[in-house]
Design a protein around this ligand. Structure first.
Ligand SMILES: [Ca+2]
Length: 407
């Protein structure tokens, strides 16, 4: 950990041209000073500036401290589950973070970006009490991404069943994806990153760099796009991804969307459609961290381009779709993103499948944002990153408060 901190502080002081070949930095980890630099990539768009005047809420810290938290799930009884990467499933009950984690979670291998990642409650949770966990499993050199189905009791999991296990198991703790979500079809989707080995994202016999689709019992739908092909794994739904960490069914258009970390520049918002190739590393809007060009192309035949991109990178960690009644009416159907190195909260206004507005707020206000959740209670929650992290709830500023400020 110490060496990592030193590496970060050194990098922050170095210009891009001073990077030595082979230095391993990822969008997730790159310090804000680095990411804020301008780029000479294939295409550069001006990042929208955070607008303080647009702030219609303030973050209120409701639970802490968490150690490397990642996933959040809201239970119908009001409890909140939070995963910690080193292997704990924490519980917030009546506003208190319980010291005792849930027992019976799977053994995980953690380090880098890896460990216990997402938690998702079943659509029939009220009757089944079933949850799903994504996590890295195995030994150094042989790490796979798994999804476990289990039944949540008062303080422990039972009926644990592994319903997905990525292959091939391989080395690498970074760029592993890990986001679980229900698609519009009621099936489970999981994102998998390229494990810093970019060519894997174009290899259909490798789950790395893909989004996979399976049923709640782990079986594979007959209409998955590559079922029946000998040169492809049947769970794969889309491929050519670098490190997707956000995945959500839109409350606006009802379609499945994802955000992924690009390299140095080129984070993407993608509309996820069966069988599509999102291009990594054949085409990209970014360049490599050592300054080398990964591809001189941003489009190619057969490649599905992003609906929206960020150059320079913001490092999007998560994607939510707002549909509640607590925040302003015009938020309905919008996408909400947390960002890591960008340390900001982003709201994207969507119109007919296109981004028609981007609002960036909370810049450096609460640190790196690991997750953003549009919760069943209508509030938006933000989970920060790191070894002393917190869960925040966005409190809308009332008209009375706004009026008081103006006087
Ligand atoms: Ca792409």
């Amino acid at each position: 950990m110490l060496s990592r901190l030193i590496r970060r502080s050194m990098l922050a002081a170095l210009p891009l041209t001073a990077f030595v070949s082979g230095t391993s930095v990822h969008a997730e980890d790159a310090p804000p000073a680095l990411m804020a630099q301008d780029l000479t990539g294939p295409t550069v768009i001006a990042p929208s500036k955070p607008k303080a005047s647009a702030l219609q809420f303030e973050p209120r810290r409701i639970a802490w401290p968490f150690d490397l938290p990642w996933g959040v799930a809201f239970l119908p009884d009001g409890r909140i589950l939070v995963t910690e990467r080193q292997g704990a499933l924490r519980v917030i009950e009546n506003g208190t973070l319980l010291t005792q984690p849930i027992a019976g979670i799977p053994e995980v291998i953690s380090g880098g970006h890896a460990g216990l990642l997402d938690v998702l409650i079943s659509r029939d949770f009220e009757s089944s009490h079933r949850i799903y966990l994504s996590y890295t499993h195995g030994a150094p050199g042989e790490i796979s991404m798994r999804v476990m189905s289990a039944v949540l009791g008062e303080s422990e999991l039972t009926n644990q069943t592994v319903i997905f296990d990525s292959r091939p198991a391989q080395p690498g703790y970074d760029q592993i994806g890990g986001r679980l979500a229900y698609g519009p079809d009621g099936l489970l989707y999981l994102t998998l990153g390229d494990r810093t080995d970019k060519d894997r994202a174009q290899n259909l016999l490798d789950h790395s760099g893909t989004i996979v689709r399976f049923r709640e019992d782990g079986s594979i739908p007959d209409d998955n796009p590559f079922v029946g092909r000998e040169d492809a794994l049947p769970e794969i739904f889309t491929y050519g991804h670098r490190n997707p960490q956000g995945l959500v069914t839109s409350r606006g258009d009802g379609k499945l969307w994802s955000v992924e970390h690009g390299p140095y520049g080129g984070d993407e918002l993608n509309l996820i459609e069966a069988g599509a190739n999102y291009g990594w590393p054949l085409v990209t809007y970014g360049i490599d961290y050592d300054g080398t060009v990964i591809s001189d192309k941003t489009t190619a035949p057969g490649i599905t381009g992003p609906v929206y991109k960020w150059v320079p990178s913001v490092a999007p960690s998560s994607l939510a779709s707002y549909g509640g009644d607590v925040m302003p009416e015009n938020w309905k159907g919008d996408f909400l993103l947390g960002t890591l190195s960008g340390e900001r909260f982003i709201r994207l206004t969507m119109t007919d499948g296109s981004v028609t507005g981007e609002e960036q707020t909370l810049h450096h206000a609460i640190g790196r944002i690991r997750n953003v959740i549009a919760a069943p209670d209508g509030y938006v929650y933000l989970l920060t990153d790191g070894h002393s992290a917190s869960l925040y709830r966005l409190e809308p500023l009332t008209e009375e408060m706004a009026g008081a400020d103006a006087q």
